[in-house]
Design a protein around this ligand. Structure first.
Ligand code: GLN
Length: 552
């Protein structure tokens, strides 16, 4: 039996006026401030779409699919939560309408509703409430922040807002707080900030039975005290509950901006938790200083096929920010579309780079461009980092151009290839359903001594997260190793290759897993950190054959 009384307090974050206002960043920033006061906090996201999870979504739809330790394919906001808070999230931290309905419908098939008509209210809203309370009942958290995806007024958000209304009614008044994020647009012609859309969105939320306690206003111009008073008066909150969220050039600055605006203090007051110490953001501020005042700069080519949409590579870009800060170096990411690279133009396309990252991906579009880019990095001794598909491309390039297996490929791209150096494992061959069936989540990896990987990680056993179906084909491993490409990391249980690297190269590493999913402000991911170090070295001595390999 689940406990009736949730042990944590609950903060809900809703959004009004438009989407893409950055609810995830505001939620993560508030969580950071609370955590920096010594409170135990987690964040969950409720998404109103009907997909069971975002795993089946094209990156052009919602950006990157973020994978947790337990193998859940989740919304990219969970990445922000982990990067800000340095905590792990799980499947329970991301719930979609699809998952809610699936649970209710499965229960109906089991006969659990005893002949009742199953309805949105109460059955769907009950299931939403159950999941909203779940993490709060573990006893692990003082506060659970719930971000409700979508925009107030959307048809699909209604059941979530109704569940929130009911939960507020059920719980003691000091156990919940609602933060509503809106936009205050600036009209150039009138030279004025406009509050009407915010008034309307608060009214809409109120019509649905929920009144915000705090209104966070995204704005490109500062809000005057008069304007804050006006918003407060018409939206029926106290003036101190109107918080300005000025556009920030760096998302990591938002916690500091929110602290200045007193968001955490206002929230804690409502939760009757006021009186705790001030947030200790010293380490965070040191990170921000390093980020804002770099001493050097490197140009890193990001080769991918979704580069038009930066959210598709969110975790990679954030990992570069973390790794850049620790190296006190600005990482200038140069986006290069893999489809635009050919063997004929690769030299011009990649000129001036200090490092090359070949991105993850699915399907054959753009892979030949990725292979040409890998060859360039290998031959020119340019620091190279391949992630998942990027690692697979590095193996294929090596097979074709070093081992002379001209037709080498992955069976994902060419099922009839003569040399399937990347192939499906037997388990995957039986898979027919697409959703949640890849190799997902954390797996262990044992690292070879005296390798580049062992110098990077400085330990023998690591664990990293996965999201892929294809694997390095171990039938080719001896030939690869004889020719100088080593498998320096392997899964200890299955022998699957996790890391490949080149002997005679200053920095060339490919990983089957997704290291970008574990980089946080406090713990930048080590491969990214060393990759930027190698790029810095390259920037000082470009294309020099005399560079000492980092691992010698
Ligand atoms: N498409 C490849 C696979 O499924 C790589 C996946 C990825 O890059 N995440 O194995």
């Amino acid at each position: 039996m689940e406990k009736e009384t949730p042990m944590s307090k609950f903060i809900f974050v809703t959004g009004g006026v438009t989407s893409s206002l950055g609810k995830g960043i505001i939620a993560a920033s508030l969580a950071k401030l609370l955590q920096a006061r010594g409170l135990h906090v987690t964040i969950q996201k409720f998404d109103p779409y009907i997909n069971i999870d975002p795993g089946t979504l094209n990156p052009y739809e919602h950006g990157e699919c973020y994978v947790t330790e337990d193998g859940a394919e989740t919304d990219l906001d969970l990445g922000h939560y982990e990067r800000f808070l340095n905590i792990h999230t799980t499947q329970a931290n991301n719930v979609t309408t699809g998952r809610i309905y699936q649970t209710v419908i499965n229960k109906e098939r089991e006969g659990a509703f005893l002949g009742k008509t199953v309805q949105v209210v109460p059955h769907i809203t009950d299931e939403i409430k159950r999941r909203m309370k779940l993490l709060g009942q573990t006893g692990d958290y003082d506060i659970v922040i719930t971000e409700i995806g979508g925009t107030v007024g959307d048809i699909e958000s209604l059941p979530f807002i109704e569940a929130l209304r009911q939960l507020q009614w059920e719980l003691p008044i000091e156990d919940t707080v609602v933060v509503h994020l809106t936009l205050i647009p600036y009209l150039k012609a009138a030279k004025e900030l406009k509050t009407k859309p915010t008034q309307h969105s608060v009214r809409m939320l109120s019509e649905e039975g929920v009144h915000p306690d705090v209104i966070v206003c995204r704005t490109e111009k500062p809000l005057s005290p008069e304007l804050k008073r006006k918003i407060a008066l018409f939206c029926n909150v106290k003036p101190e509950a109107v918080v300005e969220a000025a556009d920030a050039s760096i998302i990591y600055e938002v916690p500091v901006l929110m602290m200045r605006e007193g968001l955490d203090t206002t929230v804690l007051k409502k939760l009757h938790l006021a009186g705790t110490q001030q947030p200790d953001l010293n380490r965070w501020k040191i990170f921000l200083d390093k980020l804002k005042y770099p001493k050097a700069k490197v140009n890193i080519g990001l080769i991918g096929k979704y580069i038009e949409l930066q959210d598709a590579y969110k975790s990679i870009l954030e990992s570069f920010i973390h790794a850049g800060a620790i190296n006190e170096c600005q990482v200038q990411v140069v986006n290069i579309h893999s489809e635009s690279i050919t063997t004929g133009n690769v030299n011009e396309q990649l000129a001036g780079l200090d490092g090359l990252l070949v991105a993850p991906g699915f399907g054959h579009r753009g892979v030949e461009g990725k292979i040409a880019a890998v060859r360039y990095a290998r031959e020119k001794k340019l620091p190279f980092f391949g992630i998942c598909l990027g690692m697979q491309m590095a193996a294929i390039e090596f097979a074709r151009n070093v081992l002379g297996l001209r037709g080498a490929n992955s069976t994902e791209m060419d099922p009839g290839t003569t040399d399937p150096v990347i192939d499906l494992m037997d388990q995957q061959k039986q898979v027919t359903e697409k959703g949640g069936t890849m190799r997902l989540g954390a797996y262990p990896c044992v690292i070879e001594k005296d390798s580049l990987a062992s110098r990077i990680y400085a330990k023998e056993k690591i664990s990293e997260r996965h999201r892929h179906r294809w694997e390095f084909n171990n039938k080719y491993l001896t030939d690869f190793e004889k020719a100088g490409m080593l498998a320096s990391g392997k899964n200890p249980d299955t022998g699957l290759v996790e890391i490949i690297e080149l002997n005679d190269h200053p920095f060339f590493i490919g990983v089957q897993y997704h290291p970008e999913l574990k980089s946080t402000v406090e713990e930048p991911q080590p491969i990214f950190v060393h990759f930027i170090k190698a790029a810095l070295q390259h920037a000082q001595q470009p294309f020099s054959k005399s560079i000492q390999p980092l691992h010698s």
